[in-house]
Design a protein around this ligand. Structure first.
Ligand SMILES: Cc1cc2nc3c(=O)[nH]c(=O)nc-3n(C[C@H](O)[C@H](O)[C@H](O)COP(=O)(O)OP(=O)(O)OC[C@H]3O[C@@H](n4cnc5c(N)ncnc54)[C@H](O)[C@@H]3O)c2cc1C
Length: 321
């Protein structure tokens, strides 16, 4: 029995979520006395592939073909289902992000396998296979029993964490045929953002809310983020207003992140926002209202005007550096 991990990479390196998926798989493999196999599609450096052994993957299978350099959910699901059957995997884990959401349901149909999306913990039991997920916008939890022989799970990003569990790892080419007739996605143009840190992978995140008052006021926040080497984020009303791009929106309906440091500037700390950031190691809040709920979630707080505090913080960081 094995747990199969559908890995994701970016610029030749695994995304942080891949290490989290392998960590989850490794703990599940212990529960079912199985092993962990990871499938890597695309070009990833050899040293990177071997790194998965640090988190419990005993085998890494690679598929490198130009036709699959871009996500094509049909082609990926076909390939993945072949690997699942060849490896006799009983559990398949993907991320609950855009890629996982595109591939997992197709895989479920192909394999006639039960699926649960957005799982955030280890299975409560493996017989019956019972997983735990948030329901009703995070206001309730549900226990889902997957009864099929093959179980498919998508893991809520940054909900489980990364656990080191070194094992010997072998890297080999997956012995599967890629059906090029299934590839329908064509990339016509690529606009690459250089130097931008992936929000879900970032160690430090500087985030702005409606207290920033206007899209024109973002310069000091961006300068602080640059000084800290941080990714930028925002609350939902900010992206709804078009002040910042939607991919920066964190929270229940946005990205779920767990950086070491989350700096919340002009953010009130609504439960829907905290649902996406409360796993951060440290939350530091800047807010004019000393009674804002964000101060209850934060370890450190500054009561003050963002427009005055942000330049001072940026200066202080530059000075220390
Ligand atoms: C179903 C549902 C899902 C939702 N999902 C999300 C989600 O995923 N993410 C999310 O963020 N929200 C979400 N929301 C919205 C959420 O309920 C809040 O409305 C939102 O988080 C508030 O955003 P905010 O903190 O930026 O704005 P506000 O609540 O308006 O807070 C602004 C804060 O800025 C402070 N402030 C004002 N001026 C200054 C200044 N000069 N300097 C410093 N501080 C200042 C104020 O004191 C206040 O605390 C959701 C709501 C619903 C109903």
């Amino acid at each position: 029995m094995s747990v199969l991990v559908f890995t994701e990479n970016w610029d030749g390196k695994f995304k942080k979520l891949t290490y989290e998926l392998v960590s989850w798989a490794s703990e599940v493999a212990k529960m079912i006395n199985g092993t962990v196999t990871a499938l890597s599609i695309g070009s990833v450096a050899e040293g990177e592939l071997e790194k998965l052994g640090n988190y419990g993957a005993g085998k890494v299978l690679t598929v490198e073909t130009p036709a699959l350099n871009t996500l094509d959910s049909q082609a990926y699901a076909a390939l993945l289902s072949e690997v699942v059957l060849k490896e006799k995997a009983s559990v398949v884990i993907l991320s609950n992000n855009n890629m996982g959401k595109a591939v997992a349901p197709r895989l479920s149909v192909r394999l006639k396998a039960g699926i649960c999306s957005g799982v955030s913990k280890l299975p409560l039991s493996t017989d019956p296979f019972t997983v735990y997920k948030r329901a009703y916008s995070g206001n309730a939890f549900s226990r889902v029993v997957i009864k099929s022989d093959i179980k498919i799970v998508t893991l809520a990003q940054n909900s489980f964490g990364i656990i080191e569990n070194p094992v010997n790892v072998t890297v080999e080419k997956a012995n599967v045929a890629v059906d090029n007739s299934l590839v329908h996605t064509q990339v016509k143009d690529v606009e690459k953002q250089s130097g931008k840190i992936l929000l879900t992978d970032a160690d430090i995140v500087v985030s702005g809310g409606r207290g920033m008052k206007s899209p024109d006021n973002w310069t000091p926040l961006l300068e602080l983020a640059e000084a800290l080497g941080a990714a930028t984020a925002c609350s939902r009303p900010v992206s709804d207003e078009g002040w910042r791009p939607h991919e920066e929106h964190t929270g229940q309906t946005g990205k779920i992140i767990s950086p070491n440091l989350y700096l919340a500037v002009g953010i009130s700390g609504a439960t829907q926002h905290l649902a996406g950031v409360s796993a951060s190691k440290y939350i530091v809040a800047v807010n004019t209202d000393k009674d804002a709920p964000i101060f209850e979630a934060a370890q450190y707080g500054i009561v003050g005007d963002a427009m005055k505090i942000l330049p001072q913080l940026a200066e202080a960081v530059k000075h220390i550096k």
